[in-house]
Structures are given as C-alpha cells and as structure tokens.
Design a protein around this ligand. Structure first.
Ligand SMILES: *[C@@H]1O[C@H](CO)[C@@H](O)[C@H](O)[C@H]1NC(C)=O
Ligand SMILES: *[C@@H]1O[C@H](CO)[C@@H](O)[C@H](O)[C@H]1NC(C)=O
Ligand SMILES: *[C@@H]1O[C@H](CO)[C@@H](O)[C@H](O)[C@H]1NC(C)=O
Length: 268
C-alpha cells in the first residue's frame, strides 16, 4: 500500500517534471533607450495590452521603473537610461553587458535624441546605432530587432536634425535586413506625432498623449516579433487591440530606397 502510494507520487512528480520541461520558455523583451524609454508609461501600456491580448512576455533589463502609471500592474524591467547617447552606450560597451546580464529575444531601440542634443552628426549617430544592432546579434544571433525612428526633438529647435536622422535610420534598417534569423523592423515614432499636443513642456519627452502614441506604434511590431518566434497568445484575445498600422508612407520610402540600392539587399 505504502509502496503503491509512493510510486504514484513519483510517477506524478515525473509527469510534472516532464510537463515543466516541455513548456516553452517565456519570451524576453528588452526596451532599450534613453529617458524617453525610462520615464513615462508607454512600456506599461504595451505590457498591459500584451496581457490583454493573451501574451505572457517577460520584460527584461537592469532598470526597474518606479513610474506609477495610474496604479497599473506592469512588468517594470527595462534598459532605458536617462541622458544616454547611443555614442556613449557603444563607447562604454554597455549594451553587451546588459544583454549578458539579461538576455533577450526581442528588443526595441529608441535612441539618438541625446546624441543630437550634444551635436553629434547624423553619420556618427548612425554608426553608433549600427554597432548596437551588431552587438544585439552578437549576443543572440536570432534577436528580433525593432528600431524606432525617433520622436521630434523640439528643444533648441532640433526637428530638422531628427528628420535627417530618421531618414538615415530607415536606410540603416534596410542595410541591416540581411540576416534571415534576425529580422529587423522599422517603427516610425515620428509619424503622427504632434509637437503641439504630444510633448511635455520640456520639448523633449512625450506627454501622456505622446506616450500613448508610442505604445500604439511599437505594439504591432512587438506582436509581429512575438509571432515570428512561433508564440501564440495563451488566452483568447480579449476585446480590441490598440494596434494601428505603422507608417505606410515610410515603408514605401524604404522600399524605394531598397530598389535603388540592390547590393544591400540579400535575396534568399
Ligand atoms: C521593482 O520596484 C518595485 C517598486 O517600485 C518593487 O516592488 C520590486 O520588487 C522591484 N523589482 C525588482 C526586480 O527589483
Ligand atoms: C561627423 O563627426 C565626426 C566626428 O566629429 C567627423 O569625423 C565627421 O567628419 C563628421 N561627418 C560629417 C558628415 O560631418
Ligand atoms: C497638432 O495639434 C494642433 C492642436 O490640436 C493642431 O492644430 C495641428 O493641426 C496638429 N498638427 C498636426 C501636424 O497634426
């Protein structure tokens, strides 16, 4: 009797262990950037929408938000660092260390604003962003990468500089689209962003309107990256998603650029 019970317990334990082993690991998503990623609530809204849509995704990074966001219960880990330039992130080897400490499957990058503030030119910034993309792939050859064209920097009237950078970010993403296992997507965070209604008074950071727009722009790309990893929602979709189409005009521009620069585009 006792023996029988024990074997039953062992069989149960074995079954449980097998089930645990068979369960796919949770996907890890790292939001990377500066204060536009660190502060505010776009990450919280993306996280809550993922939960609503039935996705169980682990937000990762060395940083832990204290931003309350109307008492939302959200996954607070991230890698947004106030004041940080892409240039310094590269110079200090920070992304390599962050990805080593907190490996990721999916990453979003909204960076370059501080580089522009400190008068780095477009080609220097693009060089830094390109290096960061290479470091993401060195850390995980299958990294799913989402690169943002950044929101306009109005402080000290740097809107033209952000537009110039955004154009080159589109070209950078097109050039980096050469690794089938590590797709890279462009999300235009400047598209539909209204500098009158969507910025804080500091003319740098998105206000609640702008943060909502950022979440809406990033969301479909993040879901696309999740789907590309074969992960389906665990629970049926509840209600309507906030997802909106991402910048079709910009994609047309990128397609035209790709057509004019065939040597950058690898055909499989
Ligand atoms: C993150 O901060 C919250 C409070 O803001 C705290 O409750 C939580 O334990 C922290 N998590 C980690 C992993 O540090
Ligand atoms: C950009 O800045 C770097 C570093 O100051 C400089 O070497 C380079 O010539 C500049 N490029 C352009 C196009 O101005
Ligand atoms: C931005 O918002 C203001 C105020 O609502 C509006 O007058 C303006 O037309 C908007 N600009 C754009 C580009 O949508």
């Amino acid at each position: 009797m006792v023996r029988l019970n024990l074997s039953g317990i062992f069989a149960g334990a074995l079954l449980l262990a097998t089930q645990v082993q068979a369960a796919a690991p949770r996907l890890r998503y790292m939001p990377l950037g500066d204060s536009i990623t660190e502060l505010g609530c776009w990450r919280a809204w993306v996280h809550r929408q993922l939960v609503k849509d039935g996705y169980d995704i682990d937000f990762v990074g060395s940083m832990n938000s204290s931003t309350n966001c109307n008492n939302l219960n959200y996954d607070r880990q991230h890698e947004g660092h106030s004041g940080r330039q892409a240039f310094d992130m590269v110079a200090r080897g920070q992304l390599k260390a962050w990805l080593k400490a907190n490996p990721a499957d999916i990453i979003t990058m909204h960076l370059g604003t501080n580089d522009i503030r400190y008068a780095r030119n477009t080609s220097t910034i693009i060089g830094s962003l390109g290096t960061l993309i290479d470091q993401m792939r060195a850390a995980n050859p299958k990294m799913k990468i989402i690169v943002a064209q950044i929101i306009p920097l109005v402080k000290r009237n740097k809107v033209k500089e952000t537009q110039d950078l955004n154009k080159e970010i589109a070209h950078l993403v097109a050039r980096k689209r050469t690794v089938p296992d590590s797709p890279i997507w462009l999300v235009d965070q400047s598209y539909g962003f209204n500098v009158t209604t969507d910025l804080e008074a500091d003319n740098i950071h998105p206000n609640a309107n702008g943060q909502k727009k950022m979440a809406e722009r990033f969301y479909p790309a993040i879901v696309g990256a999740i789907k590309s990893l074969g992960v389906k929602p665990k629970t049926p979709v509840q209600g309507k998603s906030v997802a909106t189409p991402v910048s079709p005009e910009k994609m047309e521009e990128v397609k035209a650029w790709c057509a004019a620069h065939p040597k950058y585009i690898k055909k499989n």
